[in-house]
Structure formats: C-alpha cells, structure tokens
Ligand binder design. Structure first.
Ligand SMILES: [Zn+2]
Length: 101
C-alpha cells in the first residue's frame, strides 16, 4: 500500500492543519473524522496554503524516507501525547481498581 505524506505546497512542511467536521461515534466512543474541507493552513508559513501529496514509496529513497517519517512523527507527537494522557488516566483507574482487591 502506498504511503503518502501531506505537506504544504509552498514550503514543504508537514505542519499543516485542515478544516474538518468530526462526528461522535457511540460505537467507538470517540470523535471520528467526517468531512474535510479545502481550507488549509500551514503552521510554518502561518497562512493559507494548499496541500501537496507526496508518495513516500516513489519519491523518497531509503534514507530520505526515514527523514520524512521523522517529520511525520513530529507532527503526530502532539496527538500521541494526548493519547498517552488518556492511556495513563486509564492505567491509573486500573491501579485503583487493583488496589481495592
Ligand atoms: Zn508552508
């Protein structure tokens, strides 16, 4: 499966955000992505931009591919930190439960 990275058309930064709707899912108990809209902002250019799609498998050789993935990792870090917070909260809840025994 092709892996794609979304970057700013102007500066190539993956630090881009896009307007979207999220819908609450009762089934998964989380917000799931609904519609995405054309409006896109680059956090590095600090302005409106358009998205360029880069196919990592085609456009990056091995080493450059890893660098690109590092960039993607940085972008997703904030999201992961949030997830970790959620996870720790769950763990604490679990610890309290086991202490009761
Ligand atoms: Zn940019």
């Amino acid at each position: 499966m092709a892996r794609i990275v979304m970057v700013c058309e102007k500066c190539g930064s993956p630090n881009i955000v896009r307007d979207a709707w999220a819908n609450w899912s009762v089934e998964t108990q989380e917000w799931v992505l609904g519609n995405t809209f054309d409006h896109c902002e680059c956090e590095d250019c600090e302005g409106e931009t358009h998205v360029s799609e880069i196919d990592l498998d085609i456009e990056y050789p091995e080493t450059a591919y890893r660098e690109a993935m590092d960039l993607v990792t940085e972008v997703t870090m904030t999201w992961r930190e949030w997830q970790d917070d959620q996870f720790e909260t769950d763990q604490e809840a679990g610890e309290y439960a086991s202490e009761d025994k």
